[in-house]
Design a binder for this molecule. Structure first.
Ligand SMILES: C[S@@+](CC[C@H](N)C(=O)[O-])C[C@H]1O[C@@H](n2cnc3c(N)ncnc32)[C@H](O)[C@@H]1O
Length: 262
């Protein structure tokens, strides 16, 4: 992922010969997530790179990008001395608008977190058992390591940013069974509070198996423990009854564990 910010690409012997080129597209000091598609190397990745370019432009021009930047700056400040050091990204696997929006979000956050911890850009793993080849190429060309399920969960530690946008809750549970909030530093994903006792837990799509119920409640409740975690929402338009501009970002929660609270 070192390619998310050209100014921070570390010299790595195994670096690919061709990397996407990023340029700052904002006068508001936002992290650059601007991709030069002509430097991408294969056709499917060029196509998806084009999608990322368009989505980045739209996102960075929106009022939400600077709002997110402020939240991430707060997280960096709250984690001073113990910065977020790696990212585990789950469930971004297809070339759909939702997934592309989430990739753009990941790019902004990774770039900004790298100000506090430059090596984070070399410590990003992505996993989706149904990841398409073009998405795999997109991650890899950004320097991310794409792993097979369930390997990514093994990278989750106390300073990890776990990015799991709309991952089925049973999949998160399987990976994080018997772990609480103290096992990772930052989380973006489904609104867990709504799920605890909410209808989603009984639906087919988000169903939590009976035997996982206790572990689910433990994880959800520990993430929501405001004595150890702070919470915000991913800034996004949420028009009532409409799908909104950034479809993949609506209703995503951000939780993080400030060092002094942990
Ligand atoms: C409901 S879709 C969400 C996709 C996209 N992030 C969105 O918001 O529409 C869930 C995705 O999670 C993936 N998935 C399921 N189990 C997973 C696991 N154990 N690790 C990573 N991804 C997983 C699926 O393949 C699918 O792409």
């Amino acid at each position: 992922m070192s390619s998310f910010c050209i100014a921070q690409i570390p010299a790595k012997p195994r670096a690919p010969k061709m990397r996407p080129r990023y340029e700052s597209v904002t006068s508001r000091n936002l992290p650059p997530t601007f991709i030069s598609v002509d430097s991408l190397v294969n056709a499917p990745t060029i196509e998806v790179g084009r999608d990322v370019l368009q989505a980045s432009e739209k996102w960075l021009a929106s009022e939400y990008a600077p709002q997110l930047a402020m939240t991430i700056a707060q997280i960096i400040a709250d984690r001073a001395g113990q910065p977020i050091s790696n990212i585990v990204c789950l469930g971004i696997g297809n070339r759909r608008a939702r997934d592309i929006d989430q990739f753009v979000l990941l790019a902004q956050i990774a770039t900004q977190l790298s100000v506090a911890q430059p090596s984070i850009l070399d410590n990003i793993v992505a996993q989706d058992p149904n990841m398409s080849p073009e998405m795999k190429g997109l991650f890899q060309i950004h320097g991310c390591r794409v792993v097979e399920d369930p390997e990514a969960f093994g990278f989750v530690g106390p300073d990890t940013f776990l990015f799991a946008p709309f991952l089925p809750i049973f999949a998160v549970l399987r990976g994080l069974r018997n772990r609480g909030c103290t096992d990772f530093g930052m989380y973006i994903g489904n609104d867990l509070k709504r799920m605890v006792g909410g209808p989603e837990k009984n639906s087919h799509r988000f169903g939590v198996h009976e035997s996982d119920q206790a572990s689910f409640e433990q994880i959800a409740l520990s993430i929501q423990d405001e004595t150890v975690c702070k919470r915000s929402m991913v800034p996004c338009d949420t028009p009532v009854g409409l799908r909104g501009t950034f479809r993949g970002l609506r209703d995503l929660e951000i939780w993080w564990r400030p060092v002094e609270l942990g």
